[in-house]
Write a protein that binds this ligand. Structure first.
Ligand code: SAM
Length: 264
């Protein structure tokens, strides 16, 4: 750790397994002129091997002590250090075709994934290390208890693939839980387009707020029996039984109902 005391509040579990680092870099397959941004470079476990393959790398780091170390270790023309909170960082400002990578701080992983989903059109792909349980929720198909708001909202935007598991011993300090590496590739939006994405997010949130209840009840204020019939969705089903496309159909029907009622 070379004198750095890991900070729990910044989710600092540093990768110390050379084998796992090599596997992650291999999965990313960086090419020299790719535009890559690493979230939370820390002590540089991924930064260094990424820079060995890239002409240039962007990093976003919040911890001032680690930022000072990174400045000492890497030349500014090779590594651009964005100092601050990745949750506030404007990733779309780095251009298009962006590749985002990171061994993410687990305490902010869900809001960070939602923040990144908002600039998906600028992204080529993302590779992240996360808690295994979070990755399982991200990739979960409909029908099980792991399928929820995170699954629907991320699967709406991305093709997701769990690549491999990583044991606690690959980190220092070792976390209490297993980790996994996930690949996220933005979907072409024409395949599954919500007219109003904020409304899609609201519908999904309402449906999963009481996931054991029938949709007829959880979405009572938005949809009538006639709407369910028109949508060809059984309103006695529960939130976890609907596919991502069903949520998009519901949100799009609500947009059409609102625009036709405002015209009449
Ligand atoms: N990449 C390093 C590795 O694999 O060893 C460090 C990973 S550690 C799990 C998470 C890193 O994210 C730390 O360097 C931490 O300081 C940084 N971090 C935590 N919260 C952050 C935030 N909100 N914005 C940017 N970086 C953050």
């Amino acid at each position: 750790m070379r004198g750095h005391v890991p900070r729990k509040r910044f989710g600092q579990n540093f990768l110390v397994s050379a084998g796992v680092v090599a596997k992650i870099v291999e999965a990313i397959r960086p090419q020299a002129n790719d535009t890559v941004v690493e979230i939370g470079p820390g002590l540089g476990a991924l930064t260094e091997p990424l820079l060995a393959r890239l002409d240039h790398l962007h990093v976003v780091e919040i911890d001032r002590d680690l930022i000072a170390r990174l400045h000492q270790r890497f030349a500014p023309e090779r590594l651009t250090i964005h100092e601050g909170d990745a949750l506030q960082f404007d990733f779309s400002g780095l251009g298009s075709g962006l590749r985002v990578v990171g061994n993410l701080p687990y305490n902010i992983s869900t809001p960070l994934l939602f923040h990144l989903a908002a600039c998906a059109e600028r992204v080529r792909d993302m590779h992240f290390m996360l808690q295994r349980e979070v990755v399982e929720r991200m990739v979960a198909p409909p029908g099980g208890s792991e399928y929820g708001r995170l699954s629907v909202m991320l699967q709406y935007r991305f093709e997701l693939e769990r690549l491999f598991l990583v044991p606690p011993g690959a980190f220092n300090p070792a976390p209490k839980v297993e980790s996994a590496v996930v690949r996220m590739i933005p979907r072409p939006q024409e395949t599954l387009a919500a007219i109003d994405e904020a409304l899609l997010a609201e519908v999904v949130k309402s449906a999963f707020a009481q996931r054991r209840k029938m949709l007829r009840n959880t979405l009572r204020e938005r949809l009538t029996e006639a709407d369910w019939t028109a949508l060809d969705i059984d309103p006695t089903r529960r939130a976890e039984e609907l596919a991502v496309g069903d949520y998009v159909s519901i949100a799009n029907r609500l947009v059409r109902l609102t625009s036709s009622s405002s015209r009449s």
